[in-house]
Design a binder for this molecule. Structure first.
Ligand code: SAM
Length: 471
């Protein structure tokens, strides 16, 4: 079996031999500093790097070049995403699961985790609590259980969520992180109005994948790995990739992740909308000693920076699995979306739970307002924008605008206007003060006079109670 970027067979586009050759080649060339300098020179044009080129950067141990990579990642981030950081929250709907994932406490053999599934009334309570925090964008999470958590339940829940309007609140984009499914079910998710379909590969190494997923539907490596292709076939434009760092050797997964991104671009004409970089956390009924592949904070930062260089147009997501300190460092290196105020238990927003059904321990436990206030201190614009998807700027339309650098004319003003909504409706007084000052400074930076005038008018209208302006 040969490596074939455009094949729809998992083992041909995630080709074990190609990954191993890449890692061998990168190891041999990691001290070839002129080569690495030339790759970094070329990456300045923001056209990205191949998996081979990125792998050699990952292996390179030269301190000066590492600093150059970080500076380049920061410049690329600035060029496409400016200082905006998009905020979202996960919403756990159900933790029923028939899989046997060795790292996840939802695995079917775990008999002491309380199994829960939100009723539609409970979803209203959860989403009301999320709206009261200020969230506009959610990522739905479920375990896999066709009987207890069928696709119809997920579809009904999405409809419920979009229908909840509490005070000035609204959830305007629902992303979905559920198990691999059929083209037909992806079509139904698309019709329900989802934003991104997110599915983490966990690990690209097939034998390791099969060891980690011994039972249940998720044990089928090919079905899981080919899910994003099916999602796109079902009409979903925006898909999200990710590996769970700490399960396998990081370098193998790093190369697999980039090969997957190249495959999607080659087959569908559009690469992944987002890449997530979760790291394994302690969890109920999981033996932490069985995983000794954890990666250090330093290596984690390097991975984020090189991903930013290799796939400049793909959003990078960091969750509250990471600490405030770690999130602070990667913000500068290319991350464009973070979660805030997250609960990883089913029903965790509306009430503090007596019985813990959480999936894993979060590390950053701050409230959303604390996260917003901190982002402002860091000179970032906390953004609650969901406009692209609502204006039909998805898939290749989004990528074309992003690659041409034009997206900034929408994103920057939209970030300011959605931040203003947050400040009017949800912020603590001190956050509000800081935020208003930032909006004033940032409005001055809008170069197009017509856009600037419109933004100033809308910001003013919001003080009079109007909401939901967007470009
Ligand atoms: N059930 C769906 C699936 O299997 O793809 C997705 C939902 S699951 C709630 C979301 C992700 O949580 C998984 O893809 C996995 O990467 C991550 N996860 C599982 N156990 C974890 C742990 N102990 N620490 C950190 N992340 C974990």
């Amino acid at each position: 079996m040969d490596y074939n970027l455009k094949s729809l067979k998992a083992e041909e586009f995630i080709h074990d031999g190609e990954i191993r050759d890449t890692l061998r080649w990168a190891e041999e060339h990691k001290s070839d500093l002129p080569l690495i300098r030339s790759l970094l020179d070329r990456a300045e044009d923001c056209k990205g790097l191949t998996h081979r080129e990125a792998a050699v950067l990952l292996k390179c141990e030269d301190e000066e070049l590492r600093q150059r990579m970080y500076a380049l990642a920061a410049r690329i981030k600035d060029r496409f995403y400016g200082n905006r950081i998009v905020l979202f929250a996960p919403l756990y709907l159900s933790n029923y699961c028939i899989n046997g994932c060795r790292y996840c406490p939802y695995h079917g053999q775990n008999k002491h985790i309380p199994r829960k599934q939100l009723s539609q009334e409970e979803i209203v309570r959860e989403v009301t609590a999320l709206q009261d925090m200020g969230h506009k964008r959610l990522a739905l999470e479920t375990g896999e259980d066709p009987k207890n958590c069928p696709i119809e339940y997920v579809l009904e829940s999405i409809q419920t969520i979009y229908g909840i309007h509490h005070k000035n609140g609204a959830i305007r984009r629902v992303n979905v992180n559920i198990a691999a499914t059929t083209v037909e079910n992806y079509r139904r998710l698309k019709e329900a109005g989802i934003g991104t379909y997110i599915l983490f590969q966990e690990t690209y190494n097939k034998p390791q994948y099969e060891y980690l997923h011994p039972t249940g539907p998720k044990s089928d490596y090919a079905y899981h790995t080919e899910a994003h292709d099916r999602a796109m076939e079902g009409g979903i434009d925006d898909v999200g990739l990710g590996v769970l760092f700490g399960l396998n050797l990081y370098d193998y997964d790093f190369v697999g992740l980039l090969m997957h991104a190249e495959h999607l671009e080659a087959v569908h004409g559009v690469g992944p909308h987002t890449i997530s970089v979760p790291r394994l956390r302690r969890a109920d009924d999981i033996d932490p000693d069985q995983f000794d592949n954890g990666i250090s904070d330093e290596l984690f930062e390097k991975i984020v920076a090189i991903l930013r260089i290799a796939v400049p147009y793909t959003g990078l997501i960091i969750s509250t699995r990471e600490s405030q300190a770690c999130r602070q460092r990667v913000l500068k290196l290319g991350v464009s979306q973070i979660s805030g105020g997250s609960r990883t238990s089913v029903g965790g927003y509306a009430e503090d739970e007596e019985e813990d059904s959480s999936q894993f321990e979060v590390s950053d436990r701050r409230t959303l307002d604390q996260v917003v206030s901190w982002l402002l201190d860091e000179g970032c614009i906390p953004s609650f924008c969901t406009a692209c998807y609502r204006e039909g700027r998805t898939g290749d339309r989004f990528m074309t605008l992003c690659k041409s650098g034009q997206i900034v004319n929408c994103c920057h003003p939209n970030a300011l206007m959605t931040l203003k909504e947050y400040l009017e409706d949800y912020a603590a007084p001190e956050t509000r003060e800081k935020g208003l000052r930032l909006i004033e400074r940032e409005t001055e930076k809008i170069t197009n006079p017509k856009v600037k005038e419109t933004v100033i008018r809308h910001l003013h209208d919001m003080e009079g109670g109007m909401r939901d302006f967007r470009f």
